[in-house]
Design a protein around this ligand. Sequence first.
Ligand code: FE
Ligand code: FE
Ligand code: ZN
Length: 326
Amino acid sequence: MSDEESVSQDETGLEGDPKADTGQEGHAITVGCHLSTSKGYEAMGKTALSIGANTFAFFTRNPRGGSAKALDPDDAAALVRLCQEHRFGKLVAHAPYTMNLCSAKPDVVEFARQAFAGDIERMESLPGNYLNFHPGSHVKQGVDEGIRLIVEGLNQVLVPGQKTIVLLETMAGKGTEVGRSFEELERILEGVQHDELLGVCLDTCHVNDAGYDVAHHLDDVLDEFDRVIGLDRLRALHVNDSKNPLGAHKDRHEKLGQGTLGLACFQAIVTNPRTLQLPMILETPNELSGYAREIAALRALAAGESLEHAQTLLQTGADGKKTATS
Ligand code: FE
Ligand code: FE
Ligand code: ZN
């Protein structure tokens, strides 16, 4: 079967499938989840389609090890085609956790810079998307030295004219994480020469754990972001509930509606004119079926459905079948 045939079948399937239409009324949001790269790039696009997603996230290399698989240009091109045909929003790739631009160990910093440069180069085969990273942990060197090293690293790896926008992720402030406040992120942005290549990805779990009351005061948090950084920098969201209270500095993600933030927080996000157009990535503790339910619930909320309806979708899925919960 040729690619063209399989694509036209997919489209027919979408048109005839009422649950795939969820979110077409009201605001059609851009939402997806973190997916495994194990079967390649185009396979991730197909998986995203199968769960009602129109964006997704993936690790640019092994998140804990650091080795990178050789890129298959045909596979990358196939994903680019799929994203165009199905009108995906921007993808939000994630750099590995081991990449610490502000480690106290020079060899770790050097590895981080090489890996980062390599990942930007690989992302250029999926042009126009986002590459999100954790700014780093300063490991007792102090936040000033951490920021200095992050800025130095970014100034070394960013390539003028690159098609990939690099996003700094808002962090929970666990340990010595840099990026626990909007002020810290702004200091990094200010120091980077080609700051037109930078944006911010706001993680709802992380900002809650950092002390920003996104659950009850979304607009105040956005005002604060605008005052300190500027809302034009806000390019993507990680939509996660949190297992911990406001300001806990922990970083433990929870399923939507089952944590501190609650479903009303996500209703506010998908209906707020300052956030509803952003790509939203789920990093909740779920299997694919759980992500499909969360995507359906967010689309329903964006379309103006009630919290009760969204809650039902989370429990039973868009197909109305009750799924076993552990
Ligand atoms: Fe992250
Ligand atoms: Fe995140
Ligand atoms: Zn996290």
